[in-house]
Ligand binder design. Structure first.
Ligand SMILES: [Mg+2]
Length: 242
């Protein structure tokens, strides 16, 4: 048996927003649109709402891609009749995949974790586009610490659905109490872990932490990679939580 660490990817190990900002500027500028910081903030807010709708099952991935780029083109004053929105989305994902950005200290944290817990197996469990996630994992050097990557687009299901976690647990093929979920999102990572009956670490918690921990049955919180390292080491040595 191993200690199986199931890491969310974005805002847990990689800085999704830094990559996104960079890629958005490149593709909008290439379309002849005027990119400003306001563009990115607008895109980010609307995109976040759309991902929540996707998590609830109200829209498809394709609908999300079309809506987010139609909206930003209009925001920038562009003409939708002259732009292939889905192609622009593909260009954006490809550009992002070539511009991975690590969260500060993430690589050193992974190095310490995998060297100090020799039976550690690290996995990525992420909602997102496969090309985008795999490219950023590779360009940042994160891949050398990973046993396997689970990306929702390839799986056809998203966190927090139990189908997503069933596929992951089948692949890991170890008892649930040998697995721990680490992530920043309450609605996908913590809810998914709770529904799957897995131990969870809420990374970089914010807001009303005690009530969130109660609601999502969160086992641990960590506000930095140093804290996360301590929590995971403690969990690994105990073999289970509490
Ligand atoms: Mg995340």
């Amino acid at each position: 048996m191993h200690h199986n660490f199931l890491f969310d990817l974005d805002q847990t190990l990689l800085d999704f927003h830094a990559s996104e900002r960079k890629a958005l500027e490149i593709v909008l500028t290439d379309c002849g649109l005027n990119y400003t910081e306001g563009c990115y903030e607008h895109f980010k807010e609307y995109n976040k709402l759309l991902w929540l709708e996707l998590e609830k099952g109200n829209i498809s991935r394709t609908e999300l891609f079309i809506k987010r780029f139609s909206d930003i083109i209009e925001y920038c004053g562009g003409d939708l009749t002259n732009i292939d929105v889905l192609q622009l989305n593909n260009d954006f994902i490809l550009t992002m995949s070539r511009n991975g950005v690590l969260m500060d200290g993430a690589l050193e944290f992974m190095r310490r974790l995998t060297s100090d817990i020799p039976d550690a197996r690290c996995y990525i469990i992420s909602n997102g586009a496969t090309v985008n996630a795999e490219g950023r994992i590779k360009t940042t050097g994160l891949d050398k610490y990973l046993t396997k990557i689970y990306i929702s687009e390839s799986m056809g299901v998203n966190k927090p659905s139990s189908d997503f976690f069933d596929i992951v647990l089948d692949g890991v093929a170890e008892p649930k109490d040998a697995c721990i979920v680490i992530g920043d999102s309450l609605t996908s990572d913590m809810l998914g872990a709770r529904n799957a009956g897995l131990t969870s670490v809420w990374f970089m918690p914010s807001g009303d932490i005690p009530s969130a921990c109660l609601k999502y049955d969160i086992n641990y919180c960590a506000s930095s990679f140093n804290e996360l390292y301590d929590v995971l080491l403690k969990w690994a040595h105990k073999g289970k939580c509490n």
